[in-house]
Write a protein that binds this ligand. Structure first.
Ligand code: UDP
Length: 238
C-alpha cells in the first residue's frame, strides 16, 4: 500500500492517507524526540525504526490476547498501515511503580511500588500542556461518553496485565505507560497510537537500568543503545 496526502504531522510521527483504501491510514515514525511539552528537542538515531517495529510487535501480541487495535500491516521499517480512527482526545496513563510526574506530585521516591495500579487521564491539548482530568471533566467536555470511558478503562487494565507479564519474560519491568484509543466509524473503541520506549517506562528487571525515553529526558547517555536493547530483547533477530 502507498502513501497519499499527509493528514497530520506530530512530534514523533506523520500520518498519511492510504492511496488504495480510504478506511486506512499510513503512519510514518520519525527520529525526532521532544520532552517537557516540546521544550527539549533532539534526534534519536533510528528511534523511528525501533518504535515502529516494537509497537507493531506489541500490538499484534495484544490482538492475540483479545485487545482490538488499529494495526493492519507493517509496510517497511518505519511505516505501518493502520485503520483510520478518530482519536479520543485523552492520554490514558497506567502506573505500576512511582516515577516521573506521579513521584513529583505525591512525593513518592522513584521506584516505589504502588499498592494498586493507578489509572490517570490527561486531556490531549498541547496549548494547555495536556492537563490531568477525571471522569467528570471528561463527561463535561464530551471527550468521551460514559460507556466509551468504561470500555477504555477495562482495556487499559487488561493491557497492563498482558503487557507486564509479556515483558517480564524479556527481563523488562513495566513501570508506567501511556495509551491512546480511537473510534472506528461504527463506534467501536480500539487501541491506537504507539507502545514504545517513547511512551512507556521500561526498566531492566534486575539492574533497574532505564531502557526508555527517560535516558533522553534526563541526559543519561546511551539513548540509542537503550532503544536498540528493547528491540533486541523483544524481537531478537526477527
Ligand atoms: N507519557 C507519554 N506522553 C506524554 C506524557 C507521558 O508517552 O505526553 C508517558 C511517559 O513516557 C510515561 C507515562 O506516560 O511512561 C507517565 O508519564 P508522566 O506522567 O510521569 O510524565 P513525564 O514524567 O513523562 O512528564
Amino acid at each position: 500500500m502507498t502513501k497519499g496526502k499527509m493528514l497530520y504531522e506530530g512530534k514523533a510521527k506523520c500520518v498519511y492517507d492510504c492511496a488504495e483504501n480510504p478506511d486506512y491510514a499510513i503512519v510514518s515514525y520519525k527520529d525526532d524526540a521532544t520532552a517537557f511539552n516540546g521544550l527539549k528537542k533532539g534526534t534519536i538515531q533510528d528511534k523511528g525504526i525501533v518504535n515502529n517495529r516494537v509497537t507493531n510487535h506489541l500490538m499484534k501480541m495484544l490482538e492475540e490476547n483479545g485487545i482490538p487495535t488499529h494495526f493492519v500491516e507493517e509496510i517497511n521499517d518505519r511505516e505501518t498501515v493502520v485503520k483510520k480512527v478518530s482519536i479520543v482526545p485523552l492520554e490514558v496513563i497506567v502506573r505500576n511503580i512511582a516515577s516521573g510526574s506521579l513521584s513529583k506530585r505525591l512525593g513518592l521516591p522513584e521506584g516505589t511500588k504502588l499498592s494498586s495500579t493507578v489509572l490517570e487521564y490527561c486531556y490531549k491539548d498541547d496549548a494547555l500542556g495536556d492537563p490531568m482530568v477525571n471522569e467528570y471533566h471528561i463527561a463535561a467536555i464530551n471527550a468521551a461518553s460514559k460507556d466509551e470511558l468504561h470500555c477504555i478503562s477495562v482495556y487499559a487494565f487488561r493491557i497492563n496485565d498482558i503487557l507486564s507479564a509479556y515483558l517480564k519474560k524479556s527481563n523488562i519491568e513495566l513501570i508506567d505507560f501511556k495509551l491512546e484509543f480511537g473510534k472506528l466509524p461504527d463506534g467501536k473503541i480500539v487501541l491506537a497510537d504507539e507502545i514504545s520506549p517513547d511512551t512507556c517506562r521500561f526498566w531492566d528487571s534486575v539492574t533497574h537500568e532505564k531502557l526508555d525515553k527517560d535516558r533522553f529526558r534526563q541526559d543519561l547517555g546511551n539513548v540509542e543503545g537503550a532503544y536498540q536493547e528493547i528491540l533486541k530483547r523483544l524481537m531478537g533477530d526477527k
